[in-house]
Design a protein around this ligand. Sequence first.
Ligand code: RIB
Length: 321
Amino acid sequence: MRNTILVAGSANLDFVVRAEHVPAPGETVLGRDFSTFPGGKGANQAVACARAGGAATQMLLALGNDAFAAPLEISLREAGVALHIVRAASLPTGTAFVCLSDSAENAITVAPGANEALRAEHLPALTDIACLLLQLETPITTVAAYAAAARAAGVKVVLNAAPARDLPATLLAHLDVLIVNEGELAAIVGPCASIAQALERLDVPCVIVTLGARGVCARSHGHYHWQCAYPVAAVDTTGAGDTFCGAFTAALCAGLALPQALARASAAGALACTRLGAQASIPTAAEVEAFLARHADSADAADARRQLAAYCGIPIDPTAT
Ligand code: RIB
């Protein structure tokens, strides 16, 4: 029986400076402390899958032959991720430059380096793979080739279309699940009157839009589902979306129904916002369980759900709870 998740994508060493605010174009801001953290959307999502438990996690990634590669390998291995490493000797390991504000906002610039070296022929055998999780920090032709190979092998394909860009129709045609934020959704479908209208334009079985502090909205096989965000005191949102994607994919692979998978992934993403760093902030399954137990449905949940549905433009019965 297939029971493994394969994440194929980027790994970056994150160089993080905390500052009062994120600089505007042309502005210089005097920051405070500086730290490095293992990051990269692919590697963050692999760690999130592994910490969520339920399925073995593998990752296909490309690293340079330099000192930045070691902390990335260590973080992934310590999380229990089995690695397929492409060594791109002539390229530096990927890096990301993160400015983190006191209000937990960030601005990130990525220097992809070795991530650009991932090619179609690097995909390992998919024999044990149940789910393939992809992002867009590696070449789009490679991502599309991996999705096509996985579809042909009967593997579920989940794409987190981040960072934002237009997607080729051939890639969209091979997806089972597409996860985007509002900006990424707009980059794919163009301007729309509402989130619901944008979701209806996409011919993918399940599309999930993450809406930050509002929550998430999904359209699966023509039906809407939505989950309000869990309130937390955010200190760093870097990697929160990746945590959502990894935890969601692990839940999907474990056979959870969509509403439960959305709740679990939202809780994991919320917890990730309460700690510094990308991979360093990703919670374990036990932490997510305890968080969910503390945040069982509250009295105002129905009202919050109605507000989220209205924001997304989802028609609902106003008397429903
Ligand atoms: O999604 C957060 C990630 O984006 C960071 O870890 C950074 O490396 C960039 O890839």
